[in-house]
Design a protein around this ligand. Structure first.
Ligand code: CAA
Length: 314
């Protein structure tokens, strides 16, 4: 069984084909939340032309202000040259019109709300708005790429590109292929990922792919410890930092990623796999539900388990 899985993954990731992979030059990123605008910045500073798309102009304005602020900081720290920063700014355009924006993109990365019915409706539309050979990639944290691929009507052009928070810093991108994803699609996105300085790790379309399958249940078990009163949030975090070498403990990480995101991921899994004990953590789910209802989403709302100012706990 192991040999079979390994064979499939290796074939998908490294085999060469007679059809050369399409070179990606222009990228559309849809959904200007923290992941979406991070992907825009990363692509633009790596020399790609990028169109940043969102339905809401205010969300685009907020994203552009974060990108510009981050580019300013990188230049001030000497991490990016003045030329690269100027080129990155010039590489970005914005749009609230998905059809017009998608028209000449080689790759469209979707980073919209983590809600499967909304994503499926989006892929149905996007499939109609784009043509064969334009690659569609989802940054979903946990939903099946296969369902989105089928909704698009041309599953060979669809894959997952799963980034990690903060996009500008974390080196990994999971490159998720379904049984329908073409090798040209995998090769083209893998080359794009490498050009942005990230490491692409190939994986299949299983729940949570690699990282979230391990990381989200870990975070949620930490939240369950808080809910039961097993230990204080800061002590749980300190224990995992000093005892396991993690850069952040699970409770800070829950706030950092977003309590709403962790809740949505776990809820999705519980609905889809009600009998899998790995996804059962009722005390944690109840606490996360309460926090999300109270607007305590974590870093992005300034309060979660802890208080935040920007990217820092206060
Ligand atoms: N954007 C851009 N740069 C950032 C940043 C952000 N949001 N946060 C931190 N940085 C930069 C800082 O400016 C700093 O840069 P310099 O070295 O140039 O000064 C550098 O990163 C280190 O930051 P800090 O010194 O402030 O703090 P740190 O050393 O603790 O690093 C961290 C911060 C990189 C976030 C680190 O704590 C870490 O790796 N945490 C774990 C993050 C993690 O697990 N991410 C995955 C989440 S799961 C996910 O995203 C998937 C999903 O689908 C849910």
């Amino acid at each position: 069984m192991f040999a079979k899985v390994l064979q499939r993954t290796v074939r998908r990731s490294f085999s060469s084909t007679s059809n050369a992979a399409k070179e990606i030059k222009k990228i559309g990123v849809v959904g200007m939340g923290s992941m979406g605008h991070g992907i825009v910045q990363l692509s633009a500073q790596s020399g790609f032309e990028v169109v940043a798309v969102d339905l809401d102009q205010n969300v685009i304005d907020h994203a552009m202000s974060s990108i510009n602020g981050s580019l300013d900081k990188l230049q001030a720290k000497g991490k990016l040259s003045e030329e690269v920063v100027a080129a990155a700014r010039a590489n970005i355009t914005t749009s609230t019109d998905l059809g017009a924006a998608a028209e000449d993109c080689d790759l469209i990365i979707e980073a919209i709300v983590e809600n499967l019915p909304i994503k499926l409706a989006f892929y149905k539309d996007l499939g109609g708005l784009t043509k064969a050979g334009q690659i569609l990639a989802s940054n979903t944290s946990s939903y099946p790429i296969t369902e989105m691929a089928n909704a698009s009507g041309r599953p060979e052009d669809v894959c997952g590109l799963h980034y990690f928070n903060p996009v500008q810093i974390m080196k990994l991108v999971e490159v998720v292929s379904t049984e329908h994803t073409s090798q040209q699609t995998v090769d083209a996105v893998t080359a794009y990922v490498e050009k942005t300085g990230k490491v692409g790790v190939p994986c299949g379309d299983s729940p949570g792919f690699i990282v979230n399958r391990l990381l989200v249940p870990y975070i949620v078990q930490g939240v369950a410890m808080v809910a039961r009163g097993d230990a204080k949030p800061d002590d749980i975090d300190l224990a995992m930092r000093l005892g396991a070498g993690y850069p952040m403990g699970p409770i800070t990480l829950s706030d950092y990623v977003g309590n709403d995101i962790n809740l949505a991921v776990m809820k999705g899994w519980v609905e889809r796999f009600p009998n899998d004990p790995a996804f059962q953590a009722p005390e944690a789910m109840e606490l996360l539900e309460e926090m999300v209802a109270a607007g305590k989403l974590g870093r992005k709302t300034g309060e979660g388990f802890f208080k935040w100012e920007g990217n820092k706990r206060v």
